[in-house]
Ligand binder design. Structure first.
Ligand SMILES: [Zn+2]
Length: 211
């Protein structure tokens, strides 16, 4: 394992010093404009792919960037609490749900229960995306693994945007035009990000290079 304390030292000496004023201003407050819901995958780095500074994104990451349906519960609800805090307390203007290529969580939807026996909580968590599997199989069948992977990841993002609309305080703000819900599909080996278009229900590449 690399020595992470070396990274800490380098951060303190380089990036921190270069942005010292920014960090000092953030010392007692945050005012993020966007809630970013992404996969826990180590290759998805929200601040890098959006080129944002600390203080701009309030971030929730979980397996397969899932949004549980709104419900009231005495359980400990990490994702629901983070959404609630971002919208109700921090008053963010946007919510991005960001899926990605080669997502292990999306791929696991097609595994047998036996293959997931050692990760029962993960398996249960992924049930939030099960409707996506059924829609994909209905749309394109099961014969082309690459197409199935791509469509599952994109339809999963669209599905989670629908789940966000089950939160009464999000639905209200979207309806009155004070909040935007945005869906992304990030392609790790190319750096491309495709954005969901609600009118066409298709994803379109953001900022074509060279154009
Ligand atoms: Zn993932």
């Amino acid at each position: 394992m690399p020595d992470l304390t070396e990274g800490v030292t380098r951060f303190r000496q380089n990036d921190f010093e270069a942005n010292r004023r920014h960090f000092e201003n953030l010392g007692r407050q945050q005012n993020p404009h966007t809630l970013f819901i992404g996969c826990s995958d180590s290759r998805v780095v929200p601040s890098l792919i959006t080129q944002t500074m600390p203080g701009e994104l309030f971030i929730v990451r979980n397996i397969a960037n899932l949004v549980p349906m709104y419900r009231e519960s005495g359980e400990f609800l990490a994702t629901t609490s983070a959404i609630e805090y971002a919208v109700q307390a921090l008053k963010v203007d946007n919510i991005i749900v960001c899926g990605h290529s080669n997502c292990g969580g999306c791929a696991a939807l097609y595994e047998t229960p036996e293959n997931l026996a050692s990760i029962p909580h993960t398996r249960h968590w992924l049930e939030l995306a099960m409707p996506v599997k059924n829609k994909v199989l209905k749309a394109i069948g099961n014969s082309d693994p690459a197409a199935r992977e791509w469509l599952t990841e994109q339809m999963n993002v669209a599905e989670q945007l629908c789940h966000l609309m089950t939160y009464p305080y999000i639905k209200e703000r979207v309806k009155n035009g004070t909040m935007k819900l945005i869906g992304w599909h990030y392609i790790i080996p190319t750096g491309d990000i495709y954005q969901y278009q609600s009118e066409t229900k298709q994803f379109e590449l953001i900022g074509q290079q060279g154009s």
